[in-house]
Design a protein. Structure first.
Length: 252
């Protein structure tokens, strides 16, 4: 009896579940990115472990990963401190992403095989579902995976690693409020529009949309303020950076 080729199978690859350490890492990373764990806050592995319902060991391992990502720093004999990000830091991250990602998206417009759009669409759908149910951890993870997969078609793994690292280091203090009022789901639809443009080979339009998408991370998602309301401030170099106390509680 002949076998169905793997490429023709209707089955999708199984998405590997996160292990305990990865689950803890994702929850802590999300808490920092969204501002639930505030800048400058001093935390300990036992205290965080108690809050998460796990032992201190996976928390300590996860925190060391976050140290390497630049999200926290170690404090001798005390634990870990959430790294502060200045306005300049966040502007610099956004600027680097603008220099890297939109041109890369334009480049891959002619290099994504038709069969790859199925997996990309599944990730875009997953982002939208996570946004609709206000699951910020899942949203940020699927968003990173979606953009990393797109950038992988540049054939440049160092670019993928750098862009993913920059995405992890940003702060999105307005994203929880946007999820609550449905605006995060509206932004998530940009993933589907980006795929439409890439499938059509419209590289310039895809590059322009990617600029808009990254812009959300420094304006709308960062503070919860409408993009239109931040245009003047951005032009004057005064982009708002709300703290969890000043703005919404805690990517692109």
């Amino acid at each position: 009896m002949s076998q169905t080729p793997a490429s023709a199978s209707p089955l999708a690859p199984v998405k590997r579940p996160l292990n305990l350490r990865e689950t803890v890492l994702e929850q802590l990373r999300t808490a920092i990115i969204t501002g639930e764990l505030a800048e400058g806050e001093l935390v300990s592995a036992p205290t965080l472990g108690q809050a998460l319902g796990v032992s201190a060991t996976p928390v300590r391992e996860a925190m060391m990963d976050l140290v390497r990502e630049g999200l926290v720093e170690t404090v001798k004999n005390k634990g870990f401190r959430i790294t502060a990000m200045s306005e300049k830091d966040l502007d610099d991250l956004a600027q680097i992403r603008m220099l890297l990602e939109p041109p890369a998206i334009r480049m891959v417009a002619q290099h994504i095989p038709d069969e790859a759009f199925s997996e990309l669409t599944k990730l875009a759908d997953a982002c939208l579902r996570a946004a609709e149910r206000e699951d910020l951890g899942e949203y940020l993870r699927d968003d990173r995976e979606f953009h990393a997969l797109l950038l992988a078609y540049t054939g440049n793994p160092q670019l993928v690693d750098l862009a993913t690292s920059l995405r992890r280091r940003t702060r999105l203090y307005g994203i929880a409020a946007l999820a609550r009022d449905g605006r995060l789901a509206a932004s998530a639809h940009e993933h589907h529009e980006l795929l439409r443009l890439l499938r059509a080979g419209e590289g310039e339009a895809a590059e322009s949309l990617m600029c808009t998408h990254i812009g959300h991370a420094r304006t709308l998602w960062a503070t919860g303020a409408d993009d239109a309301g931040t245009d003047d401030a951005t032009a004057n170099g005064n982009t708002a950076h709300a703290t969890p106390e000043e703005g919404a509680p805690g990517g692109a």
